[in-house]
Design a protein around this ligand. Structure first.
Ligand code: NDP
Length: 397
């Protein structure tokens, strides 16, 4: 018996639920809980399996979570609500004796700032409780860390340079939309860039550095240096890394909209008073932007995410590029969601599967690259995110 509880019924939650439902041998009982129960019910209806249970829960409220965990008694919680809820859900897991997995690190609501320290601080308590917490198990963070661990295990004695490259070459035919939660997405992109070099962090202005990178089956795309959370754990877990960076593609149309949104104050997370009501401009913006979950039907093209790595093997310098391309339309056909939700939800399901099979079960709080990458890599090929390798090619970086 392996009961799993999915928290969050957005784009990623929908994909996780579809993928979990495809493996009843591993996930014998499933519940989806979120703030709006009707969204959980709609997912169950789309999957067509009435045995999947649903519930309403406010994941900001530890007591509510504990009472749900105590009645359903899941073995593991897959947290695909928002990063704001990570700590309350971890706290409730400790109280109710439940294992934990998420796809994004904790962020306080009133500060666009994310780092692992808040969640790493739970390590001892999870260890003492005999519970496993797996952090950042989407694509990036997630597969990006597993790719790096796989490269370190099989292809390098020392990794020296790591560049994570994330391209979305899809077209959703909207003037402006974000591919996942707009509030989280815009907070991430508008903050300073940051990368690791020679033992310290180097800060850049938002989107200051960019260059054309060539993506397989896509071609050249302007790619911008951003800070991304997995850099923090990867440079800690692979201390031979001299430089680690993260690049993401953006089109000019997207950047122009983003600039206007910032210039007119709509990206602000400072509450303002409007007609006697306190509102947060970015939250209001989220309410008027297209819902990322509705983009799938007309989304064409594909994503391409991978790791470009340079290092030493048997005394010789070598390069390695490992990546996945994911078609938005294929993702939509299978789950009703676009590729960005799909590439996040599939690894979350696989992470939970690794845990339930006992392959990634270790009391404490861990980032994905701290587990054996091999069974996870095998599962990526089997469950919808096949990967490809290029040895000793030009990394362009
Ligand atoms: P959505 O906004 O589509 O969905 C979030 C869901 O969480 C919604 O169903 C929402 O409820 C629910 N929720 C929000 N607050 C609460 C609460 N207090 N209690 C209970 N439920 C709550 O987001 P996505 O599906 O796009 O993203 C989900 C997660 O995945 C995010 O943390 C995101 O950062 C992460 N992510 C990770 C990626 C990776 O590669 N690692 C890539 C993309 C996303 P309601 O429907 O009522 O609003």
């Amino acid at each position: 018996m392996s009961k799993v509880l999915i928290i969050g019924a957005g784009g990623v939650g929908t994909v996780v639920a579809h993928k979990v439902a495809q493996h009843p041998d591993v996930f014998t009982e499933v519940m989806i809980a979120s703030r709006t129960q009707s969204k959980c019910d709609a997912i169950v209806e789309a999957i067509g399996n009435p045995n999947i249970k649903t519930a309403k829960v406010d994941a900001d409220n530890v007591d509510e979570l504990v009472s749900l965990f105590s009645s359903f008694k899941p073995e593991i919680v897959i947290n695909v609500a928002l990063p704001y809820q990570d700590l309350t859900i971890m706290e409730a897991c400790l109280k109710a004796g439940v294992n934990y997995l998420d796809t994004a690190n904790y962020e306080p609501k009133d500060e666009a700032h994310f780092e692992y320290s808040w969640q790493w601080a739970y390590k001892k308590r999870f260890e003492e409780a005999g519970l496993t917490a797996i952090l950042g198990c989407g694509f990036d963070p997630g597969v990006s860390g597993v790719y790096t661990a796989y490269a370190a295990k099989h292809h390098f004695d020392e990794i020296h340079y790591l560049d994570i490259v994330d391209c979305n070459a899809g077209n959703h035919h909207k003037a402006f939309a974000t591919n996942f939660n707009p509030e989280i997405n815009i907070r991430e992109i508008t903050q300073n860039g940051r990368y690791w070099e020679d033992g310290k962090w180097v800060t850049t202005s938002p989107l200051e550095f960019h260059k054309d990178l060539t993506y397989p089956n896509i071609g050249a795309r302007d790619s911008y240096l951003l800070y991304h959370e997995e850099l923090e754990s990867l440079v800690k877990n692979f201390p031979t890394i001299k430089r680690a960076r993260f690049w993401m593609t953006f089109g000019q149309e997207y950047l122009t909209h983003l600039r206007v949104i910032q210039n007119i104050g709509m990206a602000s997370i400072e509450p303002i008073n409007y007609n006697g009501m306190e509102i947060v401009p970015l939250q209001f913006l989220k309410a008027v932007l297209p819902n990322p979950q509705d983009l799938g039907e007309n989304y064409e093209g594909e994503t391409s995410i991978g790791c470009r790595i340079r290092g030493i093997k048997d005394g010789k310098e070598c390069t390695y590029y490992v990546y996945n391309n994911c078609s938005h339309q294929e993702a939509y056909k299978e789950t009703g969601m676009q590729g960005v939700s799909y590439t996040t939800g599939v690894p979350a399901m696989i992470g939970a599967m690794m845990f339930l099979k006992g392959l990634w079960k270790r009391p404490g709080v861990w980032n994905v690259e701290e587990f054996d990458p091999d069974p996870f890599m095998e599962a990526l090929n089997m469950y919808g995110l096949p990967w490809h390798e290029v040895f000793n090619g030009d990394l362009e970086l």
